[in-house]
Design a protein around this ligand. Structure first.
Ligand code: CIR
Length: 261
């Protein structure tokens, strides 16, 4: 089986000054958030990932959310230009780590994109048009990825931060989604599991080596996942959720074995 490298980044001491868009600011227990993040990393290791852990940056409150800084394909990594200006300094450290494993392309203005807006299913990249990712960002992604054989599909979302707040992959041929946030019709041909209507934030799950990491806060949707035959591992991420973060945002997963040229 292919090896999986998980790039993560430690929690910034300034984590409680994170960006917030859809949530009111609630007091974050930063020590507990750090412990929850440690358990997340531990779960990735246990599931077979090799961890590459970058240090958190005291000047970059959201730097733990490495997913947003890059879109990693088999052939290329695209360093994004995050939609929130406060996050644009995050890409350099991630780029320095990724350059060992992939050729890099760097997104330039006026394009903006958060990696949380890009969902890969096979050779299709669903790209969320959001408050963080603009049309120019999606065009940049298409220009970089289409010559490599990827199809890029702009996908509308509503009422949430990123595409992956609305839909994530739970198997090679299946997605978990909230139909209030994204049109299920966009995922034609895939098996769709819907979140329980009482758990609108439950669409972010992280598929790692055949197991789905999933927040313990959403038991009804977990039961739907189990009923659909998915193997689920629960994680408590309440403090990370207060920063509008979820499971996919805290890592970049890649096959380190794919050659750089
Ligand atoms: C932000 O607003 O940018 C951070 N507080 C949360 C980013 C979460 N990232 C993700 O879901 N991919």
């Amino acid at each position: 089986m292919a090896e999986t490298l998980a790039i993560t980044r430690g929690l910034s001491p300034a984590f409680d000054r994170c960006e917030l868009t859809h949530l009111p600011r609630a007091q974050i227990d930063v020590d507990l958030a750090r412990e929850q993040h440690r358990r997340y990393e531990q779960a990735l290791s246990r599931l077979g990932c090799t961890l590459l852990r970058l240090p958190g940056d005291p000047d970059l409150p959201d730097s733990v959310f490495v997913e947003d800084t890059a879109v990693v394909l088999d052939e290329l990594a695209i360093l994004t230009r995050p939609g929130a200006p406060s996050r644009r300094g995050e890409s350099d450290a991630v780029g320095a780590a990724l350059t060992v494993y992939r050729p890099l392309a760097r997104m330039t203005a006026p394009a903006t994109m958060d990696g949380g807006d890009v969902l890969r299913v096979g050779r299709t990249l669903f790209a969320g048009l959001s408050g963080r990712t603009n049309r120019a960002g999606i065009d940049f992604l298409r220009d970089a990825a289409a010559p490599l054989g990827y199809r890029v599909r702009a996908t509308g979302i509503s009422g949430c931060l990123h595409l992956k707040s609305a839909v994530t992959g739970i198997a090679a041929d299946a997605v978990l989604l909230n139909p209030e946030r994204v049109d299920a019709g966009a995922f034609d041909g895939l098996r769709v599991v819907e979140v329980d209507p009482s758990e609108p934030d439950a669409a972010n799950a992280l598929l790692v080596c055949g197991t789905v990491l999933f927040p313990t806060a959403y038991p009804r949707t977990r039961d739907r996942l189990l009923a659909s035959g998915v193997c689920v591992l629960g994680l408590d991420v309440t403090e990370i959720a207060k920063a509008e973060g979820a499971l996919t945002c805290c890592s970049l997963l890649l096959d380190p074995g794919i050659p750089t040229s």
